[in-house]
Design a protein around this ligand. Sequence first.
Ligand SMILES: [Zn+2]
Length: 171
Amino acid sequence: MAAVLIEKLRLIETKYAETNKKYKKSRGKRRKAFFYELIKLKKEWKNIKRKLHNHFRPIVLERDNYKCRVCGSTEDLELARLFEDSLVLLVKSQKEQKLFKYSGPYRTPEERYSMENMFILCKKCHRRFDSFTGRLWRMGPKAITSIQEAIEILRDKELFEKPPFPKINQR
Ligand SMILES: [Zn+2]
């Protein structure tokens, strides 16, 4: 079931990017039609994302023994993912993507919903993780590549404040 949903998400994202290109190039009635098409696609996209979340949450909860991977709490557990979903990233050029301060480069649905890139965090640790990833992009697209790294950073106050990554994204 998950593979089907991930494939659906990939197809919608491809279509969204194509439609967005047509939308940008067109004028008048045609433009309006593409605009509504984009809204429709976004709705479908959100729907599938919700289904994926509902599918994976119990599976990852079981794998992670119903505990926050950082502090061990058993309350307010949430499914966290290393890479976020973004339609905005999808339609921007690589160069423009670098201007986004609060997210990384575009990742495929396969990467985003891979078991290796999902883990369980309590609400509090999840917020800290989100705040960290908020700073992440400026540190470079390869700043966090694994759950293990994320856990180490979240457990260490010093690492969290001053991660050992270059401040500006230079590739
Ligand atoms: Zn926690």
